[in-house]
Design a protein. Structure first.
Length: 246
């Protein structure tokens, strides 16, 4: 069975499609299933259920890229490719894994594939109850910034990283515990782990990510944050204790 990531490339401009096809062909783990000139053609491939990743232009005739994703109940991973910056917030609302501005360089394309890999690895680890490799590795973070954007209450909410005490995964949602309130999102905790700077946040359990800044006490089995004792999971213990002792 192939372990390749099955993807499609969607753009009404032949030159833009060809550039991405050539990039993808240089990456062994990618399998380009189709190169589509319009959103309707892409819709047919996505509906078949075997596509894992879509490189999707936004401005296209008849049905644009944003409308295409809004029409699909459970879309695959989406990387928007566009010449326009104006759609970035909307793309984030649709849970796009990345947003590439044309002209797209091979270096930038490779960074996107790295991000896709880490996201998929995080999903695999959660499904198997194992320690996520992506939670230990350096990934794409907001370390250059002091805030995080998350999707909550049908809008994009800007959170000050300094106010985040810990994240708690509960059923199909994640509760972000802030200094003065709580924010609930349906985004996966593994996805949020990739967005948080690793030097300030550490995953201590399958269900918890904590801010190293806000811990008040800890031992080998728990961390105290905001007056609550949070368990350190067995699979996360070595990594968590190492970070706590630094």
């Amino acid at each position: 069975m192939s372990n390749k990531i099955k993807c499609i490339i969607v753009d009404d401009e032949p030159l833009a499609r060809n550039v991405l096809v050539k990039y993808a062909e240089q990456i062994d783990q990618l399998e380009v299933v189709a190169s589509c000139s319009n959103a309707l053609e892409a819709f047919e491939h996505i509906q078949q259920g075997h596509i894992q990743l879509v490189f999707l232009d936004i401005k296209m005739p008849k049905l644009n890229g944003l409308e295409l994703i809004e029409s699909i109940k459970n879309p695959p991973l989406i990387v928007f490719t566009t010449a326009y910056r104006d759609f970035a917030v909307k793309a984030f609302e649709l849970d796009a894994i990345d947003y590439l501005l044309k002209p797209i360089s091979l270096t930038r394309f490779l960074k996107t594939i790295s991000k896709v890999n880490k996201y998929l690895q995080g999903q695999h680890a959660e499904l198997n109850g194992a320690e996520s490799e992506t939670a230990r590795e350096e990934g794409t973070t907001t370390s250059e910034q002091d805030f995080l954007y998350i999707k909550a209450d049908r809008k994009v909410v800007k959170l000050d990283l300094g106010c985040i005490h810990y994240l708690e995964s509960l059923n199909d949602k994640v509760i972000i515990h802030l200094t003065d309130r709580e924010v609930v999102t349906t985004q996966r905790i593994s996805y949020l782990a990739e967005k948080l700077p690793k030097q300030h946040f550490i995953r201590i359990h399958r269900s918890y990510i904590i801010s190293l800044t806000h811990i008040t006490a800890y031992n080998n089995i728990m961390v105290e944050v905001k007056g609550r004792e949070l368990p350190i999971g067995r699979n996360y213990r070595s990594q968590a204790l190492e970070a706590l002792r630094q």
